[in-house]
Unconditional design. Structure first.
Length: 297
């Protein structure tokens, strides 16, 4: 395996997040194998020294630790089963499942590993942070799984994140991630409502930013979002459709109709996504709220 901490890692799913994670692993000198359904996103990683695998199974066969970073539970299960990843893993390999798939999704994956490959260690380790933190190794990792695996993934997680918080047995990481993204949703919704109301009241977003500067109510994240809203910059740091997916996972896990405000938020975001805004940043809800009845976006 080479020197300690240099076990080869495979990153399966080279989207905005997986790409940044693979780049961060390479920068830390970790031998990195990448695979994506469509090969284009992996090309520049090859130039950085990544091995590009033909199939997910091929990638998994060469790695001691495999990361999956894809959209949803079905995509994770498809890679593991249909694409042959789970069968290809060496005995004793670690599967770090880092996609956000919620509580039920994580239980489904854990059951699959227990049934098909009990000799593989599953870690449930979703992340907080968007495209830029991923590229710069600044993610927060909500890790969960067996104590024994922690030292083996420490060099990798240190490369990917500024903080790794171990929160318990498999499933705990996904639960913390849903709590985190509930706060993200309301933080974004607060900013969008405030900015949209300012617009309807005839105020410039820039005026509002100055008025609220330094307020304990505005987090650094919200301040950065307000700056982007002020300049009409809605390119996705965290796409509305993906943020909405996480909100739905949280509502599903809450399983209680008292979370009415959260359910309304999901409904509002769905309407914005249905208008074609889903691939823009979640703050694009501002645009949807500013829109007058029947007005065009």
């Amino acid at each position: 395996m080479g020197m300690a901490g240099q076990e080869p890692v495979a990153v399966l799913g080279i989207g905005a997040m997986g790409h940044g994670m693979a780049a961060s692993a390479l920068r830390a000198g970790i031998p990195t194998i990448v695979w994506n359904r469509s090969p284009a996103p992996s090309r520049d990683l090859a130039e950085l020294g990544a091995e590009v695998a033909e199939t997910a199974g091929d990638a998994a066969r060469r790695a001691a630790i495999v990361i999956t970073m894809v959209t949803d539970t079905d995509a994770v299960v498809s890679i593991a089963r249909d694409q042959g990843m789970l069968a290809a893993l060496a005995p004793g390999a670690i599967w770090a499942q880092m996609s956000t798939i919620g509580v039920a999704g994580t239980e489904r994956v854990a059951a699959m590993v227990a049934a098909d490959r009990p000799d593989v260690t599953l870690l449930d380790a979703p992340v907080s942070g968007s495209r830029d933190p991923a590229e710069h190794g600044q993610l927060t990792i909500f890790a969960s799984g067996p104590e024994a695996a922690r030292p083996r993934v420490a060099p990798l997680f240190d490369a990917l994140g500024q903080r790794t918080i171990w929160v318990g047995a498999v499933g705990a990481g996904s639960r913390v991630k849903l709590v985190n993204n509930t706060l993200v949703a309301f933080a974004a919704e607060g900013v969008a409502n405030a900015a949209a109301l300012a617009g309807r009241l005839g105020l410039e977003t820039e005026q509002v930013i100055q008025a609220l500067a330094g307020s304990p109510l505005v987090s650094p994240w919200q301040a950065a979002k307000l700056q982007r809203i002020a300049t009409g910059e809605f390119s996705a740091q965290f796409a509305l459709a993906l943020a909405l997916k996480d909100v739905r996972l949280a509502l599903q896990a809450a399983d209680d109709d008292r979370f009415t405000t959260f359910a309304c938020l999901a409904e509002e975001w769905q309407q914005a996504a249905d208008e074609g805004l889903g691939d823009q940043d979640l703050t694009v809800v501002t645009r949807w709220l500013e829109q007058q009845e029947g007005g065009a976006l």
